[in-house]
Design a protein around this ligand. Structure first.
Ligand code: TXA
Ligand code: MG
Length: 336
């Protein structure tokens, strides 16, 4: 385990001031957001941004999200339109990224050569305060190696990045636990590229128009081309994960006591597996969606450390809103 976040003798944890100074001098820091931890650099500093790609092992075809202090800072990096103003007024600061035509100030590397840039104002108060103090837009993908799970706590960041891990600002467990909703507003018809904590229904209500979801438009592969980081295999634990349709399906499986680990949704389900002596973890006490989202990646991380051969869970039933976004991540994390 890593030393206590508040332990000043631990070199890995940084203060607000240290983070600001590092960001201003082309260095990387790990910052908490309300969704997942971000690997941060000045979005205006191509050299610093190149370090993000290198550390993550991220293909240069996958663009980064730029975090801004407010819409005004957003307008220095992107061409703001009416829909963007509406989204920002309703959901910022918060977990919605808007993709807009980019301005030249943003290096090509940040936007992976695209003519657009994704921006959002994070709600996490320490991150927001750092953007304001540095007075810089901050590029930050999730603070994990490419194709690994997004981290939702400092421990996961440090485990995942190992020796190369830059200084971390400790913000505890992330509030939402899954990545922001990404919506492309660069064209007339808005498209949700990645479902997230803010639902399609909430976005439609705000924009007062019908909004397409990438899955409705075409296959996931074409979405992957439109938004390079949204490919099928992107959010999976290292241990193969089998996702069944419902809890009842889990009760039909023949388990191997040694090599299987079940990820339950609530205490009742956990109780069932305890009784039949099958190892299980639970995502929540009572099946509450926000709690399940918050604990999802943390639980995958814990499960990976248990070195089993197979993880088994099920989709949320009758999913709407956040539950649909959780199912999206379960689907991407699954082996089939
Ligand atoms: O919640 C979040 O969004 C977190 C925190 C740190 O803010 N960030 C995050 O970043 O999840 P990342 O890089 O792991 O995922 C960003 C996703 C990628 O799939 C990327 O392809 C897509 O957003 N994206 C970024 N800029 C884009 C653009 N200009 N056009 C289309 N997709 C874009
Ligand atoms: Mg990521």
């Amino acid at each position: 385990m890593h030393s206590s976040p508040n332990n000043p003798t631990s070199p890995i944890f940084s203060t607000h001031e240290e983070c600001v100074s590092k960001l201003k001098s082309s260095q990387l820091v790990v910052l908490p957001t309300e969704t997942v931890y971000g690997l941060a650099a000045s979005a205006l500093d191509e050299f610093a941004v190149s370090k993000i790609f290198k550390l993550k092992g991220r293909p240069s075809t996958n663009p980064l999200i730029v975090h801004v202090a407010d819409l005004e800072m957003g307008s220095t990096v992107a061409c703001i339109n009416d829909n963007a103003v509406k989204i920002a007024k309703s959901f910022w600061p918060g977990p919605v990224t808007v993709v807009l035509p980019k301005k030249d100030i943003i290096p090509q590397l940040v936007s992976a050569g695209l003519s657009t840039v994704g921006i959002r104002q994070p709600a996490q108060k320490d991150f927001l305060a750092i953007i304001k103090s540095a007075n810089l837009p901050i590029a930050a993908p999730s603070a994990n190696k490419s194709n690994q799970l997004s981290p939702t706590s400092p421990d996961q960041v440090i485990d995942g990045l190992g020796k190369e891990c830059p200084s971390v600002l400790d913000g505890g467990l992330c509030e939402h636990g899954i990545e922001s909703t990404v919506i492309d507003l660069s064209q007339k018809n808005p498209v949700i590229l990645r479902p997230g904590p803010v639902s399609k229904a909430e976005i439609e209500k705000c924009l007062n128009i019908e909004v397409k979801e990438c899955a409705e438009i075409n296959s996931i592969d074409s979405v992957a081309r439109r938004s390079p980081g949204l490919s099928r295999k992107h959010y999976s634990p290292n241990t193969p994960l089998l996702v069944k349709n419902c809890f009842n399906d889990l009760t039909q499986i023949i388990y191997n006591k040694e090599s299987d680990l079940v990820i339950c949704h609530d205490e009742k389900e956990l109780e069932y597996f305890k009784k039949i002596d099958i190892k299980a973890l639970s995502l929540s006490d009572d099946g509450d969606c926000s709690t399940i989202a918050r604990n999802l990646y943390k639980t995958f991380h814990t499960a990976d450390k248990m070195k089993k051969k197979r993880l088994i869970t099920h989709f949320l039933e009758n999913a709407q809103g956040l539950a649909k976004s959780i199912n999206d991540r379960l689907n991407r994390a699954s082996i089939e």
